[in-house]
Design a protein around this ligand. Structure first.
Ligand SMILES: NC(=O)C1=CN([C@@H]2O[C@H](COP(=O)(O)OP(=O)(O)OC[C@H]3O[C@@H](n4cnc5c(N)ncnc54)[C@H](OP(=O)(O)O)[C@@H]3O)[C@@H](O)[C@H]2O)C=CC1
Ligand SMILES: O=C(O)C1=N[C@H](C(=O)O)C[C@H](O)C1
Length: 247
């Protein structure tokens, strides 16, 4: 498979290593300093594009792939406010897009366990729940896309929660939480690749579900596997479509 990497930073460089290991060829690498090379002609040299750029860049990159009519795997987070519009345009234009807030198999297992646990906890109202995410200090968006997915998994399954609110550690936060609000606490520390924790707390104990990425390798391998999966498909997909944990 020929790949175009839109965003060649921390993730793009690791994705390249896994792609080459799996016998693929990277034919285009785009960063800020060569954005002018993001043309339909150049993109058409690739079978699939993989976008790990920046929240402000994702939409332009996605629509460039639609215009070039090549499938795009989107790992970039921080653009999900436009998700429904992008989905409509993808389906109406017979394009192909697969997105995921987190491409590691461990986090996708965690997403599934999180949903099952939230449903069970409807029977135990003595517990309240919060989400915490920790990332490196270079991260541009908060909360993480992964934390948003976790929070949505809780809201969809736990009757007592209907919306999430974000507190970035160190930033001003004088909101009095309502019972129906789910707090996502964001911390930015050093070079942390990504740690996510769901805590159910009662007066007598805490129950913690935790995922700790040791490096970016799981994210990068998952992105390459997603590109392999989506190469000959058409439509709008999420990383969850690749895994089936209900066996
Ligand atoms: N879904 C998942 O599993 C994961 C998602 N992510 C997400 O991926 C994104 C990138 O993360 P990461 O690689 O760590 O970030 P980096 O900042 O290390 O890399 C991003 C790269 O994108 C480039 N870039 C910025 N704007 C544009 C643009 N308009 N067109 C093309 N390239 C551009 C930057 O170029 P330059 O260097 O020139 O500024 C930079 O090299 C983030 O949104 C992050 O949340 C990260 C890990 C896993
Ligand atoms: O910016 C990062 O590094 C990461 N971002 C993703 C997110 O926003 O969830 C995935 C992973 O946690 C690393």
């Amino acid at each position: 498979m020929k790949l175009a990497l839109l965003g060649y930073g921390k993730m793009g460089q690791i994705i390249e290593r896994f792609a080459v290991e799996r016998g693929h060829e990277v034919v285009l690498k785009i960063n800020v300093d060569n954005k002018e090379e993001l043309t339909a002609s150049n993109l058409s040299k690739a079978d699939v594009a993989i976008d790990f750029s920046a929240p402000a860049a994702a939409l332009d990159n996605i629509y460039a792939c639609f215009d070039a009519n090549i499938p795009v795997v989107v790992g970039t987070t921080g653009w999900y406010g436009q998700l429904q519009e992008v989905k409509n345009d993808c389906l109406n234009g017979n394009h192909t897009l697969l997105y995921g807030s987190n491409f590691s198999i461990g986090v996708n297992l965690f997403f599934h366990v999180n949903q099952v646990m939230a449903k069970i906890m409807n029977n135990y109202p003595q517990y309240d729940v919060q989400v915490e995410e920790i990332h490196h200090t270079q991260k541009l968006d908060a909360p993480s896309g992964t934390a948003m997915t976790i929070a949505e998994g809780i809201i969809d399954n736990l009757d007592s929660k209907s919306e999430w609110v974000n507190e970035v550690e160190g930033a001003e936060f004088d909101v009095a939480l309502k019972n129906e609000q789910l707090l996502i606490n964001s911390l930015r520390i050093g070079e942390v690749p990504g740690t996510h924790t769901v805590v159910y707390s009662s007066e007598v104990d805490d129950i913690e579900l935790k995922h700790t990425a040791h490096s970016r390798a799981g994210f990068a391998l998952g992105a390459v596997v997603a590109a392999e999966w989506v190469e000959h498909r058409q439509g709008f997909y999420t990383i969850a479509d690749i895994f089936n944990f209900n066996k």
